[in-house]
Design a protein around this ligand. Structure first.
Ligand code: NAG
Ligand code: NAG
Ligand code: NAG
Ligand code: NAG
Ligand code: NAG
Ligand code: NAG
Ligand code: NAG
Ligand code: NAG
Ligand code: NAG
Ligand code: NAG
Ligand code: NAG
Ligand code: NAG
Length: 428
């Protein structure tokens, strides 16, 4: 009896001691609170909760590498304020080996990164808007040099929830590792759609690489991919997401990608609503990619696939659409778009990311009401299917057009679900 009570007590105290709360102290005016975080890490990198207190705006003046965490929750209940000086941040990025710096770096296993469910606090403030405004005066256009990334996370078994990023400088979450649940996060790189000179270049919402990711109830307003699923991604399910501005819900890779589903996506004022993007002269395989239940409001390219993308910034002068006979491209199989409806932006097509002539997103011979664009190199696709596509120009004038080349498909176009030709959209 006594010994049972004693051992129960020992178990209890062990459990309590094992999971500790580490509150990040607030240093006050002029103090870089990142130092206090680093000091905590020697004690708090396993079985701990690291708490940025509510009602506090921390000064995160230097990047934080949380190192290898094990069973740790990071709770951002207060706000994190990043530096306002552009030259200072650039000098930090410049000082890194490959000029690549993430402001927050997290590795390990079993990590929860969470914000505050109270909509009024738990914000991260990188002050990106001043970077976007300054970029219009610096050539080459396309964003200032030496920009930091936001979060770089390489963890097995991760939850990211309730995070709120307000005005990121550029890229937001680079996710690798495995077994992710990402939900109820808000990335706000919102910008004035009709001020073309101020554009949040490269503000990717999420870059995804690895097996087993589930995303739900996330919201992104930005100027690049809402979500980019990259090489090495498998078994990814992204549902109930809102993407505004930006370049859509995107499969952006060349090889080693399979079993990806995008479901119930609302796309508002985006250049692309759904996109497959692989590069000219790539080699590899991408299979089982499905976009379903897509609600499109005012997209320039609602349903879009290219296997022949090339960066207009680094290929100035090349004519898009003209490929040497020996060109290669990623092979895609079992792709579908099912239930996509809404409006095509034919009144003000394009977005502020156009810094070249022709624009990087120009498609030779496509019309400005191209509801469906399948720009796939000869013989690089099989088992592609479209069904229940219902798109119309936002001004009600004209029809939704298709851009499609039957030579793309090694298995022919009988099961494509649409008439494959350049001209008015027709189901088949
Ligand atoms: C994390 O720590 C808590 C509290 O000690 C414990 O209950 C839980 O089992 C741990 N989880 C893992 C995956 O180690
Ligand atoms: C943040 O920390 C830096 C470095 O110590 C300091 O120069 C700056 O004044 C601090 N900012 C605030 C708002 O306290
Ligand atoms: C880490 O834990 C040790 C022992 O509990 C304690 O003495 C020390 O102050 C702690 N350090 C920090 C930074 O919390
Ligand atoms: C980057 O660092 C190099 C030296 O490594 C220096 O010459 C250059 O001026 C720096 N650029 C900026 C923008 O800080
Ligand atoms: C994470 O998972 C991958 C495969 O899913 C495995 O190769 C790797 O060893 C794991 N890392 C850790 C730290 O458990
Ligand atoms: C996928 O990840 C989730 C969340 O971490 C986990 O619960 C689930 O067991 C994983 N599935 C597989 C097949 O590993
Ligand atoms: C595809 O991924 C989903 C998770 O999104 C998973 O449930 C399913 O088992 C995977 N299918 C295959 C064939 O691996
Ligand atoms: C689709 O996602 C939205 C959030 O973007 C959600 O409000 C809605 O309930 C979802 N619809 C269905 C049918 O699940
Ligand atoms: C459609 O999107 C374009 C480009 O982002 C924007 O200029 C225009 O105002 C939008 N139209 C409507 C009706 O929202
Ligand atoms: C565009 O159309 C013209 C005229 O039909 C044709 O000569 C040219 O090859 C087409 N270009 C592309 C890239 O399809
Ligand atoms: C694609 O196929 C068409 C017709 O077979 C041919 O005229 C064209 O040269 C091919 N293009 C490439 C890049 O192989
Ligand atoms: C195609 O041929 C050109 C000229 O010979 C060469 O420069 C290029 O590397 C080749 N491309 C591929 C993908 O083989």
């Amino acid at each position: 009896m006594l010994s049972q009570t004693a051992s129960a007590f020992v178990l209890l105290t062990t459990a309590v001691a094992a999971f500790q709360t580490c509150v990040v102290p607030f240093g006050g005016p002029g103090v870089d609170d990142s130092d206090a975080v680093r000091a905590l890490l020697s004690n708090c990198s396993s079985d701990s909760e690291i708490v940025f207190s509510s009602c506090t705006t921390y000064n995160v003046s230097t990047p934080i590498d949380f190192g290898n965490l094990s069973n740790v929750t990071i709770s951002i209940l207060g706000n994190l304020d990043l530096p306002t000086s552009i030259p200072y941040v650039q000098s930090l990025v410049n000082a890194t080996a490959k000029q690549r710096l993430s402001w927050f770096t997290i590795a390990g296993t079993d990590v929860v990164l969470q914000g505050n469910q109270n909509p009024m606090e738990g914000f991260i403030y990188p002050h990106g808007e001043q970077w976007w405004a300054a970029a219009q005066y610096v050539t080459p256009l396309g964003g200032l040099p030496l920009r930091p990334h936001g979060f770089s996370i390489n963890v097995n078994r991760t939850i990211i929830r309730y995070m709120k990023v307000s005005k990121p400088i550029a890229w937001n979450f680079a996710l690798s590792g495995s077994d992710y649940a990402v939900h109820d996060n808000w990335i706000d790189a919102s910008y004035d759609l009709n001020t073309p000179n101020v554009f949040p270049f490269n503000t990717d919402g999420y870059d995804v690489k690895g097996p087993n990711f589930t995303f739900y109830d996330n919201h992104v307003f930005n100027g690049d991919d809402c979500v980019a699923v990259n090489n090495g991604a498998h078994d990814v399910y992204i549902t109930d997401m809102i993407c505004e501005g930006g370049h859509g819900i995107s499969l952006s890779g060349t090889d080693d990608i399979s079993n990806i589903t995008f479901n119930n996506i609302t796309s508002r004022n985006s250049l692309y609503a759904t996109r497959f993007k692989s590069s000219l002269d790539s080699q590899g395989n991408v299979s089982d990619v499905h976009w379903q239940n897509i609600y499109v409001l005012n997209a320039t390219f609602p349903v879009f696939a290219t296997s022949v993308y090339f960066d207009q910034n680094t290929n100035r002068g090349k004519t898009p659409g003209v490929y040497p006979a020996n060109s290669t491209a990623t092979f895609i199989s079992n792709f579908s778009w099912v239930n996509a409806s809404g409006t095509i932006n034919d009144m003000y097509p394009g977005d502020g990311s156009c810094t070249t002539d022709p624009c990087w997103y120009h498609v030779a011979n496509a019309t400005n009401t191209a509801g469906v664009t399948l720009q796939l190199l000869n013989g690089t696709a099989s088992s592609v299917h479209l069904e229940n596509i219902d798109l119309m120009p936002i001004d009600g004038k004209g029809v939704s057009n298709t851009y499609c080349d039957p030579d793309s498909f090694v298995d022919g176009t009988a099961d494509l679900g649409i008439v494959c030709a350049n001209g008015p959209y027709q189901a088949a």
